[in-house]
Ligand binder design. Structure first.
Ligand code: HEC
Length: 118
């Protein structure tokens, strides 16, 4: 499997890209997202998004710079032929909660905790 190169970003439409996470920086959503991440994502992306084997970590620059809408797109559609499944079977609300969690582990470094509330 080739290393992730971010080519999926080119497939996201302008309208999808502009979507905004309704649960941005909400602690409850981050907590729910953490459990969902543990159940669905950790086996490939690591318990705290550090990446595993040839699967990318989610604390990288590309994910940090991706818009909410771009992350929502890849969760909905996946990149199946590269090994990233579609998560369209999860309710959209849960996909946004996971995105809140992903954001929280990116800003985690300075605070030393999983808190997203500013
Ligand atoms: C079966 C393994 C697997 C599972 C489970 C999985 N992923 Fe992935 N994911 C991948 C692979 C492989 C890629 C790289 C795709 C590519 O090459 O662009 C990826 C890419 C991504 C990316 C883009 C990263 C980047 O640097 O471009 C995000 C965001 C992501 N996954 C989030 C998730 C979330 C959130 C979940 C849980 C709901 C999840 N993934 C579950 C394998 C997985």
């Amino acid at each position: 499997m080739a290393a992730a190169d971010g080519s999926w970003l080119k497939k996201v439409s302008q309208a999808d890209r502009k979507r905004v996470n309704p649960y941005t920086a909400q602690q409850e959503a981050a907590d729910a997202g953490m459990h969902l991440f543990h159940d669905n994502c950790a086996k490939c992306h690591g318990e705290s998004g550090e990446g595993r084997y040839n699967r990318p970590g989610l604390r990288n620059e590309r994910v940090a710079h991706a818009t909410d809408g771009e992350l929502a797109w890849i969760l909905k559609n996946g990149e199946p032929w590269k090994g990233m499944p579609s998560w369209s079977s999860l309710p959209e609300q849960q996909r946004w909660q996971i995105i809140t969690y992903i954001r929280s582990i990116q800003t985690d470094n300075s605070s030393g905790s999983a808190s997203v509330v500013k």
